[in-house]
Design a protein around this ligand. Structure first.
Ligand code: MAN
Ligand code: CA
Length: 200
């Protein structure tokens, strides 16, 4: 009993550690390695993870292969300007101008939500898309019904803002927020057509 559960613990720990190291792991057997990465740290050339039964070792390598493949696909999307990445977030647009509810619905249909800048870095990434299409965009921020406070779509009050001078000025009549093409924000009615930018 003890040996089986300790096996599983070792296996899970090894899987997590290995997955964690994967961003810099080019050493998938049968695949070309990435120049500039070498040495034991990145597991290059390691074909068997010690302490793992063969079947789990195979599973670990399948996961590593998938992660490696995903990071290459991500490279293609970044290269083609289809996505912008900020840490864990990915921003992308379908290029369509629609009202707030439709924009949110299309982001959610794609398993994302409307782009919601939580800091300057994210605001700049979204601004990049606004500039690329030269269209203002709705953000994932709405006025709360109660105190007229602006909130994220999960109901939490915003803790980063980039209001244009003298905004917000809609006095509860402008319940949505648009991003201008300098990255600043304006409270705005929700029924206009604005660029859809999602985050994933
Ligand atoms: C328009 C609207 C408002 C905005 C003002 C700024 O009236 O876009 O939301 O605050 O312009 O002058
Ligand atoms: Ca306004």
């Amino acid at each position: 009993m003890l040996s089986y559960s300790s096996y599983m613990l070792t296996a899970v720990a090894a899987l997590l550690v290995t997955c964690n190291a994967l961003t810099k792991y080019p050493g998938i057997p049968g695949l070309p390695s990435i120049p500039g990465l070498s040495g034991r740290d990145d597991l290059q050339g390691q074909t068997h993870l010690s302490g793992l039964p063969k079947s789990l070792n195979t599973e670990v390598h399948k996961v590593l292969n998938l992660k490696h493949r995903l990071s290459r696909l991500k490279g293609v999307l970044v290269l083609k300007g289809k996505i912008r990445e900020v840490r864990e977030k990915i921003f992308a647009s379908n290029g369509e101008k629609v009202d707030f509810a439709s924009a949110l619905a299309s982001c959610e249909d794609a398993r994302g939500t409307l782009a919601t800048p939580m800091n300057e870095e994210e605001n700049k990434a979204i601004l990049g898309i606004v500039k690329e299409y030269n269209q203002y965009a709705y953000l994932g921020i709405k006025i709360g019904e109660d105190a007229g406070q602006f909130k994220y779509l999960n109901g939490i009050p915003v803790n980063y803002t980039k209001w244009y001078q003298n905004e917000p000025n809609g006095k509860r009549t402008e319940k949505c927020v648009e991003m201008y093409n300098d990255g600043s924000w304006n409270d705005k009615k929700c029924n206009l057509r604005r660029l859809t930018i999602c985050e994933f």
